[in-house]
Design a protein around this ligand. Structure first.
Ligand SMILES: C[S@@+](CC[C@H](N)C(=O)[O-])C[C@H]1O[C@@H](n2cnc3c(N)ncnc32)[C@H](O)[C@@H]1O
Length: 197
């Protein structure tokens, strides 16, 4: 049951590098930041990475000058992130649905939304809106194809993603990812959305 931290913690326990871990930040960090820059997101802004895992994306965003919180509810994920990247990032052992940290200027979401049980998606979108300041941006990497596997990760059809996001956000970009990791090439798309007033 992916709703429980134990489910994820067990996966970190079983394998030092779980199947989703790329051992480095997604190449899509830059692609998403390039999309968000004209929308006002600048180096120095404060970002949260929900479901940060071992923290590669959070550390990359820190290196690019952002003030970053890396958040995960699996204790072994946060331990692994601290071990790899030290305290450059504010690591937080917390549940995305209930955390009282924040609000932030932007969310960098890579394999967290798609890791959710699909029944939780409306609540997840609401949580994203709740954790952002007025006008904040939600950036996300999503899968439209998971090669027929049962998940997680779960594929999200693009029209479904638009419908979900538009409950709380103005969708500013929804399109194919260009620079995916070769293992995920042709299967990822990007969302950039602004919290509705
Ligand atoms: C598929 S892994 C991806 C990890 C990381 N983003 C990466 O790409 O390496 C999903 C992560 O989301 C975390 N997660 C799932 N539900 C969560 C929740 N409700 N709150 C915080 N973290 C959560 C899991 O513990 C796990 O580390």
């Amino acid at each position: 049951m992916t709703i429980h931290p134990d489910y994820w913690n067990r996966l970190y326990e079983e394998e030092e590098r779980p199947g989703w871990d790329m051992d480095s930040a997604t190449p899509l960090v830059k692609e998403l930041l390039d999309l968000a820059h004209p929308l006002g997101l600048r180096s120095g802004g404060d970002l949260v990475v929900p479901g940060c895992g071992y923290g590669h994306d959070a550390a990359e965003l820190d290196a690019l000058g952002f003030t970053v919180t890396g958040l995960d509810f699996a204790p072994l994920a946060i331990q692994g992130a601290m071990h790899r990247y030290g305290d450059r990032v504010a690591w937080s052992h917390a549940d995305w649905f209930t955390t009282r940290l924040g609000p932030w200027e932007a969310i960098f979401d890579h394999t967290c939304f798609v890791a959710m049980d699909p029944a939780r998606r409306p609540d997840y979108v609401q949580a994203c809106a709740d954790h952002l300041r007025a006008g904040g941006l939600w950036m996300a990497v999503l899968f439209h194809d998971v090669k027929g596997r049962p998940g997680p990760p779960h594929a999200v059809p693009v029209p479904e993603m638009r419908r979900l996001a538009e409950t709380c956000f103005e969708v500013l970009h929804l399109g194919e990812a260009v620079n995916s990791h070769p293992r995920r090439s042709g299967r990822e798309y990007l969302l950039v959305a602004r919290k509705l007033a």
